[in-house]
Design a binder for this molecule. Sequence first.
Ligand SMILES: [Mn+2]
Length: 410
Amino acid sequence: MRLVLCLLATLAPLFASGIPREEYRARRAELRKSLDGVMVLFGATEPDDLRLPYLQENNFLYVSGWKEPGAVMMLTKAEEILFLPERNRHTELYTGPKLGPDDPGAAEKSGFDKVMPVSAAETTFVRLLENSHKVYLAPWDDRAQKLKALAPLHGEPESAAIPIAKLRVIKSPAEIELLTKSADATVAAHLAAWNMIHPGVYEYQVAAVMQGTYFGKGCEGFAYEPIVGSGPNSVILHYSANRRRADSGEVMLMDVGAECSDYAMDVTRTVPVNGKFTPREREIYHIVLGAQRAAIAAIKPGVKFRGDKSLTQIATDYINSHGKDLHGEPLGKYFIHGLGHSVGLDVHDPGDINTLRAGMVITIEPGIYIPEENIGVRIEDTLLVTETGSKNLSGALPRDVEEIERLVGK
Ligand SMILES: [Mn+2]
């Protein structure tokens, strides 16, 4: 028993939490079936800049769950090999012990058929090329260029990201569970912020409460830099300086999502700083909410995300047919970004969501930003597409004006 516990304790930090190891094997098996050659993925390396966190590259993480730095992976229909760096006792003094390729049980611990040292990667690649028609590389990685030069007869490499994205776009039950955990922590963060928002509060104080809330729930980070924009900052889409003092009569836009067990969340709410929307803020808010409700009501498998008769068109039509700007113009021109995107390991997860399928997780986030009036309103939820419609993972966070006004500053 003690041995088992000890082994579990050793394994725990190596892997992403919450996804069973068999699921990683199954993902690789599915991916390998689709290959007509050799795929090479490079894991992330530890950054030299102490301000930067070490984060595994998400495609690498998705197919392996492997979190230690410096690994390389090669996949073909017939083989799967994880290459690990030789252990460096000096580096380990700073960043902790790692699994080396020659450590006992390395293959078993990694979940791969075979583990080899990184120094054997090039010769293995050349061997695997013999039975390969195609080469799949990560175009974002400089190290792929060297391998490309070793395969002059295999044509232009294909992007490894494309076949992996086809898998990533549909979430498994285990992934949905982790996304739900991330959503719950994010909802709690927004509610905690509403509670303490008041005229005179600084944006960074709001951001701090939100981050403290989801860190306190065991989430390891944020899915993206918190966006907390008051008044004039509410119209800046990716405002993340969070330095301004908020005042009465303004809105506070909070686009803040936790990352829990590697899974991102993406939720935006816009609330009145003094607890009560002005009539104009309330009017704009209701239009954005109506657009979001209309788009969400239309979600089901087979529906288009963009283009003709799409969710985007439903939201845009709603905005254009409700309200006017100060010059009597329709408000559609103030909806200046896309209606949403896929969410998973990345907050902007890869994969084509233009025709919805059950198991996709997407955001619906209409917004109206009128710089002339210093009013920006965005309402964003992250939803699971189901067989019959959708399930709002962040739906526990109120959207109704009355409920928001009851909760802000109280
Ligand atoms: Mn978003």
